[in-house]
Structures are given as structure tokens and as C-alpha cells.
Design a protein around this ligand. Structure first.
Ligand SMILES: NC(=O)c1ccc[n+]([C@@H]2O[C@H](COP(=O)([O-])OP(=O)(O)OC[C@H]3O[C@@H](n4cnc5c(N)ncnc54)[C@H](O)[C@@H]3O)[C@@H](O)[C@H]2O)c1
Length: 302
């Protein structure tokens, strides 16, 4: 079986100074990619800045015979995002792969959440993905090729106590993906999202100690590398990973019930009396775009 390789590919991995992002950077470089190792070098809550996080990973790659360059910009501003992409262009002349991975936590229950805690998390995860992906996709579009991965979380997809800010930002990335995949489809740019689970400084005080070995961050890497490979042809999908488990997850809708009648209004009682059918997910389906939802209303619109 032919080995998946990234020869001649240039990749940017944000937040690659440690944890899961470091695994992506090391693996991409081992398989031939030239890698921009971006990391602001902050603490788990986003404080401070330290160039050594990115430098160490670059050294590790170079000493193993690979090619990499460090970048220390924050993903959370457009100038930072542009500079991250410029680092790839100045160093290697192109950009094929972007893994949006940088992240912080400011956990707090919803009623205690401050505006600052909300904004910081939104800025790094959601705005950060916009700020790096927009300049990256400009280059990918010009080259008619690209692979983009966003990093969501099961917290955003399904919820987690104390993470309304983080969960909103993470599910927001799915929103970016859903529209971006349509806008770039004709340029062979595939856009996907992962929801990883791994032992890292982000989870070390959440997971039980035995998870350190079982939730090795390496387990997330092969899924993301496959999505970044030329062989990957899917776009707009969400994959969850962790502890050696890999699966696709999706936003689906049920058939619902057509109650409409252009000539009259619908009452609350009709909703109540049809609630079972409205809620039924037996025949659940995915949709390539929001327009798919209009199929259900078809009989009422024709
Ligand atoms: N570990 C998990 O179980 C888990 C679960 C779901 C999602 N995630 C997501 O996976 C990604 C990686 O998480 P991790 O566990 O490896 O965390 P980590 O804290 O080990 O690594 C995150 C890295 O991002 C960097 N970073 C933070 N803010 C930045 C900024 N503004 N600009 C550039 N770099 C910045 C940090 O310096 C750090 O090196 C994050 O997006 C996280 O939300 C992780």
C-alpha cells in the first residue's frame, strides 16, 4: 500500500508548540511537508507569550531531517493571520494545508462568565480561524488546491458544563466550514472539521490520571493528516477522534410535519398536537447546504 505523503506540500499548523498541534507538525514533516510551526506560547488561559514553544518543535523537526520554520504571531488578529501565511510564502513560496488548531480555555459557568472571558475565547478560536483561513484560502484558490481543517470540540457539538464560551466558538467553526466548503468547492479546496480528544495541558486536570496514556494526542494526528492529504476528497464533514476511536458526526434533521396552509395561520395547539411528528428523527438526513431544508417545505411552496 502506498504511503500517504506530503512531498512538495507546505503546511501551516497553528498552536503547534505543544499538545495535539505539535503532533500534526511533527507528522506532516516526517511525511515530507515543509511546516510553519505557529505558536504564541501562551498559558492555558491565553496569558503571556513565549517563542520557545514554536522554536522547540522546529528544532525537533529539523534535527529529524525535516523542514520547518517558526512563527510566533497570535491567530487572533488579521495582521497575525496574514503574517502566519506570509511566513509560509516567504519561506517556501506556497501554502497547501492549514490546520487551525490554536486554542485556550476560560471555563466558567454561564452566569459567572465575564465579557472578557467570552471575548478572549471567541477571539482565539473563532475569529482566529477567520483571520488565518482567509489569507490562506486566497493563496489556495490561486493555486487551485488546498486542505483546511478546523478544530471544534465535543463541547461545542454536544455541550459541556462551564464551557458556553468555548462551546459557542467551537460550534461556530462548523458554521464557517459549512459555508466556506461551498465557496471554495470548485478550486479543489477541501474544508473539514475535527473534534479531537487528548491528554494535554488543556485536559490534564479534567481527565483521570490513567487517561494520560490512553488519550495520547498522537491518536488524533492520522485522521487530520488524512483529511489534509491529496487522497482526501470529502469536504464539509466533522470527525471526532480520541483514544484510538475515529468516527464521523453530523448535523441532521428529521422529516418534520407539513402543517402550512397559505390561506390560514397555524395555532399553538397544532404544534402541541403534532409535537411527536415534529420531533421525530427516524428518517434523519444531512444537507449539503441550508437550501436542503427547503426540500421539506416543497409541497407547501409548489
Ligand atoms: N485536548 C483535548 O481533549 C481537546 C478537546 C477538544 C478540542 N481540543 C482543541 O484542540 C486544540 C489543541 O488543544 P491542545 O489540547 O493540544 O491544547 P494545548 O494548550 O496543549 O495547545 C494549544 C496551543 O495553542 C497555542 N495558542 C493559544 N492561543 C494562541 C494564539 N492566539 N495564537 C497562536 N497560538 C496560540 C498555545 O500556546 C498552545 O501551544 C485546541 O483548539 C483545543 O481547543 C482539544
Amino acid at each position: 500500500m502506498e504511503r500517504v505523503n506530503f512531498n512538495d506540500r507546505v503546511a501551516v499548523v497553528t498552536g503547534a508548540g505543544q499538545g495535539i498541534g505539535r503532533m500534526y507538525a511533527l507528522a506532516l514533516a516526517r511525511r515530507g511537508a515543509r511546516v510553519v510551526v505557529n505558536d504564541l506560547g501562551v498559558t492555558r488561559d491565553g496569558s503571556g507569550a513565549d517563542t520557545s514553544a514554536a522554536d522547540k518543535v522546529v528544532e525537533e523537526i529539523i534535527s529529524a531531517g525535516g523542514k520547518a520554520v517558526a512563527n510566533y504571531d497570535s491567530v487572533a488578529t488579521m495582521s497575525g493571520g496574514e503574517n502566519i501565511v506570509k511566513t509560509a510564502m516567504d519561506s517556501y513560496g506556497k501554502l497547501d494545508i492549514l490546520i487551525n488548531n490554536a486554542g485556550i480555555l476560560r471555563d466558567k459557568s454561564f452566569l459567572k462568565m465575564t465579557e472578557e472571558e467570552w471575548d478572549l475565547v471567541m477571539n482565539v478560536h473563532l475569529k482566529g480561524a477567520f483571520c488565518v483561513t482567509q489569507p490562506a484560502v486566497k493563496i489556495m484558490k490561486a493555486n487551485n488546491y488546498g486542505r483546511v481543517v478546523f478544530t471544534a470540540s465535543i463541547s461545542g457539538l454536544y455541550g459541556n458544563f462551564g464551557q458556553t464560551n468555548y462551546g459557542a466558538a467551537k460550534l461556530g467553526l462548523v458554521g464557517i466550514m459549512n459555508s466556506l466548503k461551498l465557496e471554495v468547492a470548485k478550486y479543489d479546496i477541501k474544508v473539514n472539521t475535527v473534534a479531537p480528544n487528548a491528554w494535554s495541558r488543556m485536559t490534564a486536570d479534567v481527565f483521570p490520571p490513567e487517561f494520560e496514556e490512553k488519550m495520547n494526542p498522537q491518536f488524533n494526528e492520522p485522521m487530520v493528516l488524512y483529511l489534509c492529504s491529496e487522497e482526501n476528497k470529502v469536504s464539509g464533514n466533522i470527525f471526532a477522534t480520541g483514544a484510538g476511536w475515529y468516527g464521523r458526526t453530523a448535523i441532521v434533521s428529521g422529516d418534520g410535519v407539513c402543517l402550512g396552509d397559505a390561506k390560514r395561520s397555524i395555532s399553538v395547539e397544532e404544534i402541541r398536537d403534532n409535537f411527536h411528528g415534529i420531533s421525530n428523527m427516524d428518517n434523519k438526513r444531512e444537507h449539503d447546504s441550508g437550501l436542503g431544508m427547503f426540500e421539506y417545505m416543497g409541497p407547501l411552496l409548489s
